[in-house]
Ligand binder design. Structure first.
Ligand code: NI
Length: 170
């Protein structure tokens, strides 16, 4: 297992649209292991391959509570099961230190493959539903800040660029 570097907004590589995984083989399973290690190390609850500059449809999620086991989503697709939107505060390992409220449907049905290439289907609500949508956004080259106003997004962008510059000089 190895730690991978997480890309940070506004890195243009985060805008890449991920390709479907054609075969779930050992290369993919190594990627999944590395993604879990990277996510736990950064104390996140979800990570998309896009965030480590691998442009394949692979996501790992671990809400780290009693009800939910770690989840591997390969080639995920979801449909929303409600028209009602729920507000939840979101953060992202690619947008460090920023937490903003985003509105999303809070009930989805997910179809994906696991690390053995087996298809599964689950229904999710609440935080898990939000997390699934947030990570699927990454695979489409989208970030949670895209759900905010242009003004808010540009403020976050300046803040992160400034932060980076400080880190580089200190
Ligand atoms: Ni994220």
């Amino acid at each position: 297992m190895a730690l991978r570097k997480i890309l940070e907004f506004p890195d243009a590589r985060l805008r890449t649209v991920a390709k479907a995984v054609e075969m779930v083989d050992d290369t993919i399973r190594v990627l999944v292991d590395d993604m879990f290690e990277t996510m736990y190390h950064a104390q996140g609850i979800g990570l998309a391959a896009t965030q480590i500059d691998v442009h394949l449809r692979v996501v790992v999620i671990d809400l780290q509570d009693d009800q939910n086991k770690p989840l591997v989503m390969i080639n995920p697709e979801f449909e929303t099961l409600t028209s009602e939107l729920d507000e939840m505060q979101e953060g992202c390992l690619s947008v460090p230190g920023v937490y903003e409220v985003v509105k999303r449907p809070d009930h989805v049905r997910l179809k994906a493959l696991n690390q053995n290439g087996e298809a599964y289907e689950i229904e999710a609500e609440g935080l898990l539903a939000v997390c699934i949508q947030h990570e699927c956004d990454h695979l489409a080259g989208k970030l949670f800040v895209d759900h905010l106003s242009t003004l808010k997004r540009s403020r976050i962008k300046s803040k992160l660029i400034k932060q980076k510059r400080l880190e580089a000089t200190s």
